[in-house]
Design a protein around this ligand. Structure first.
Ligand code: C2E
Ligand code: MG
Ligand code: MG
Ligand code: MG
Length: 283
């Protein structure tokens, strides 16, 4: 395994492409103890309204701080957690952690926007998931409207059961967004069948958008589609200002990406929210 290094303020991840079965098993075991020892952290990436540069939401993103390997990226451990089933307790830990964080921020007077949490299909389909989430929310004395759940087109693998769980979450007052839109299969069917509030356009459709007419065409069509379906639309992985301009001109007003901010550890995020609050109140 390569080692993730801490490069100044930035966290850099190095993921080896192929892992042996032994390495996978080892990592799975380590993940289990990492969960017990709280070696996971949740970072938060802000989402912005481009015209006013105001923060409209946050996405919670898991990070694993390995005692000797450094930071391990979710791209590496989420698939393993899904395979081993650990995603169920890990996912629940994440939801609870986010709720506790919201509570803490609220107690400090911070006006935090809605926080989106990624869900794996396995988690969503796990017995009583919607009920469990409500229990956590109630334990933390929060309102379901504080949270949004991000699902992917993978829900199409077991549409009937997934739809049941998603509708139940929606009826309880949580928001639902469709993540990585355009990369999976059966996208339109999923959108048609599910109560989706917000669509997240995958980074692959944003990259190189100014030099690729076909891609631009697809992007415009996706944006149009969201208008017809009365959904909010946000572009992910936006890195450049000219991409922001293009998206704005074509009706996508919400942006998540390095152009505004990387995912931030809780303390840094809190500072940013505070800054936003001061800016808004300034004459
Ligand atoms: P995602 O949900 O699509 O999250 C967006 C990913 O894009 C994040 O990667 C984020 O750091 C990255 N990103 C954001 N803006 C930019 C940008 O401008 N440029 C580039 N190059 N990348 C950008 P991250 O944090 O490594 O997470 C990867 C994936 O792991 C997530 O993709 C999500 O599918 C999964 N994941 C993360 N946390 C969780 C979790 O708590 N539960 C589950 N089930 N999955 C999670
Ligand atoms: Mg996501
Ligand atoms: Mg995504
Ligand atoms: Mg994803």
């Amino acid at each position: 395994l390569q080692i993730a290094k801490r490069d100044g303020k930035e966290l850099q991840f190095f993921s080896p492409e192929i892992k042996s079965y032994r390495e996978q098993l080892l990592l799975e075991n380590e993940m289990q103890s990492a969960l017990q020892n709280e070696h996971f952290e949740v970072h938060y990436q802000p989402q912005y309204h481009s015209a006013t540069s105001s923060m409209i939401g946050l996405e919670a993103l898991l990070r694993w701080k390995h005692p000797d390997k450094g930071w391990i990226s979710p791209g590496e451990f989420i698939p393993l957690a899904e395979e081993s089933g650990l995603i169920v307790p890990l996912g629940e830990w994440t939801i609870r952690k986010v709720c506790e964080q919201i509570k803490e921020w609220q107690e400090h007077g911070l006006e935090v926007p809605k926080i989106a949490i990624n869900l794996s299909l396995k988690q969503l389909l796990h017995t009583n998931f919607p009920k469990r989430v409500l229990e956590i929310i109630h334990q933390e004395q929060l309102n379901p409207c504080a949270l949004e759940f991000e699902i992917t087109e993978s829900v199409a693998i077991d549409m009937d059961h997934a739809a049941e769980a998603i509708r139940s979450l929606k009826e309880s007052g949580f928001s639902i967004s469709m993540d990585d839109f355009g990369t999976g299969y059966s996208s339109l069917n999923a959108l048609h069948k599910l109560p989706v509030d917000k669509l997240k356009i995958d980074r692959s459709f944003v990259q190189n958008i100014l030099n690729d007419e076909q891609k631009a065409g697809i992007l415009k069509t996706i944006i149009d589609l969201t208008k017809h379906l009365d959904m909010m639309v946000i572009a992910e992985g936006v890195e450049k200002q000219d991409e922001v301009q293009f998206l704005m001109q074509n009706g996508c007003e919400y942006i998540q990406g390095y152009v505004y901010s990387k995912p931030l550890p809780p303390m840094e995020l809190a500072k940013r929210v505070q800054f936003e609050m001061i800016r808004k109140k300034a004459p």
